[in-house]
Design a protein. Structure first.
Length: 163
């Protein structure tokens, strides 16, 4: 049974932006994922969406956040930040997040939900195990999934082009 997280009003707005970025990615022919980095003062410092359609499968928005933070934030700023994302980080992104010392992660849809939606649309298995963030990066505080976005994200993932 999934336990859903109830976000604060500001967390909800940040997740709303992530889902909008995911829709933007899908509308551009990419996979529907979006993420933002918010500093300790609530300011959005960086945002991106999936950009893997041209063959570079590392162009996940969460990985781009980790890369960007390396040259644009101090270690203290990274640690006090929060990454909001439409889908729970994959193992690659979880590892990058932890290696960069980024703070909390709040996600709208879980890896388990994403696996279920992929199966519903007949996609084959992922080349990477769908491990929860806590398995890959156990020291990173995590919150999610958020039930309010489940139907919308499911619809986006069911519309996604074949793998």
């Amino acid at each position: 049974m999934t336990t859903f997280y109830e976000p604060t009003a500001s967390e909800f707005e940040h997740l709303r932006r992530c889902v909008d970025l995911a829709r933007e990615a899908l509308d551009d022919g990419d996979e529907p994922f979006g993420s933002i980095l918010v500093d300790a003062h609530g300011t959005v410092r960086f945002e991106d969406r999936n950009r893997v359609k041209h063959g570079d499968q590392t162009r996940h928005p969460e990985f781009e956040i980790a890369r960007w933070s390396a040259t644009n934030l101090t270690s203290e700023e990274r640690a006090s930040s929060t990454v909001f994302t439409s889908g729970e980080h994959c193992p690659m992104c979880s590892a990058a997040h932890a290696w960069m010392g980024l703070g909390r992660i709040v996600y709208a849809a879980s890896s388990a939900q994403l696996v279920q939606w992929s199966a519903e649309r007949g996609a084959g298995p992922s080349p990477v195990a769908p491990l929860p963030i806590a398995t890959v990066a156990p020291a990173v505080p995590v919150a999610g999934p958020v039930s309010a976005f489940a139907d919308e994200l499911r619809e986006l993932h069911l519309r996604r082009a074949g793998d």
